[in-house]
Design a protein around this ligand. Structure first.
Ligand code: ITT
Length: 197
């Protein structure tokens, strides 16, 4: 199957490729006139609502390119920090752009409760129907940035299921095996090819 991932984020695309390519599904990033698309994201407390809005926009952008051998994929993700009441959550992209990881680290300076979780909601549109899958990854905010891999908040996020390394210090395979996106994409894979009994 040809999966058209409508996103401006190359990191998301390469993680999806790592999961789908071994199973023979091609993941391509949608480009309009050679450029990655930009979504207008509704101001909303729910990443599910944002994902649904992204799918509506994606369907308009991609239009006739979706045939019976193609599917559309969009995703909204966010980092929810417990001591900040779930901030930045749905505003993660904006906050990363405006204050960056250093800004989050300084807001968290001296905070003992460092619990946080990544959440992802993906929408998959195939044969005229949209299906929703969710994933989450629990962990904590480190006191400094570590690692060169991954993208976004990975250098400051330590998943509970790892050995103390940040997501940016994990290999792509290690991150996908425990990440919010990996969990949501694996649910999608099961939907496409349920394990035989
Ligand atoms: P699209 O909306 O175009 O798909 P985006 O990067 O704006 O791309 P989101 O709206 O989902 O994506 O924003 C999520 C924010 O959370 C953004 O700042 C990402 O860098 C960050 N993020 C999402 N998944 C992440 C991950 O697995 N590791 C680290 N940061 C992540």
């Amino acid at each position: 199957m040809r999966i058209i991932f409508v996103t401006s984020n190359r990191g998301k695309v390469s993680e999806a490729r790592g999961i789908f390519a071994p199973l023979g599904h091609a993941v391509e990033q949608f480009l309009k006139d050679g450029l990655t698309p930009e979504f207008s994201e509704p101001q909303s407390d729910g990443i599910e609502e944002v994902t649904i809005s992204k799918m509506e926009q994606a369907l308009m952008m991609v239009g006739r390119e979706v045939d019976e051998n193609s599917a559309l994929l969009v995703e909204d993700a966010g980092l929810f920090i417990d001591s900040l009441g779930g901030f930045p959550g749905p505003y993660s992209s904006y906050v990363e752009e405006k204050i960056g990881l250093d800004g989050i680290l300084s807001i968290m300076n001296g905070e003992e409760n460092r619990y946080a979780e990544f959440r992802a909601v993906i929408a998959f549109h195939y044969l005229g129907q949209t299906h929703i899958f969710r994933g989450k990854c629990e962990g904590s905010i480190d006191v400094e940035k570590k690692g060169e891999g991954g993208f976004g908040y990975d250098p400051i996020f330590v998943p509970s299921d790892s050995d103390g390394r940040t997501c940016a210090e994990l290999t792509a395979e290690e991150k996908s095996s425990i990440s919010h996106r990996g969990m949501a994409l694996n649910k999608l894979l099961e939907f496409l090819a349920p394990p035989s009994m």
